[in-house]
Design a binder for this molecule. Structure first.
Ligand SMILES: [Zn+2]
Length: 81
């Protein structure tokens, strides 16, 4: 009965979330996928979000950055703080 409305709502919110995910600032709750340290880099790869600490971001950057849809780097915060 409400299939069309439901699908529309899901699509809209998925788009919104994808947009927010790419721009959303990283927080202390974001953890490196490799070691669990605080994440300072978010990469979007094949629609999946990968989080890296500064150490692992540097380690994987050469390989991943050229193929990532987005590369959100906040590691400068480490130095400024
Ligand atoms: Zn790490």
């Amino acid at each position: 009965m409400t299939t069309i409305e439901h699908e529309h709502a899901v699509d809209a919110s998925a788009d919104e979330q994808a947009g927010q995910a790419a721009d959303r600032p990283l927080t202390g709750l974001d953890r490196c996928d490799s070691c669990g340290a605080q994440a300072y880099v978010r990469a979007l790869l094949g629609g999946s979000e990968l989080l890296f600490c500064a150490h692992h971001a540097r380690k994987h950057e050469a390989k991943l950055r050229p193929v990532a849809e987005a590369w959100h780097d906040e590691s400068h915060k480490l130095i400024e703080d």
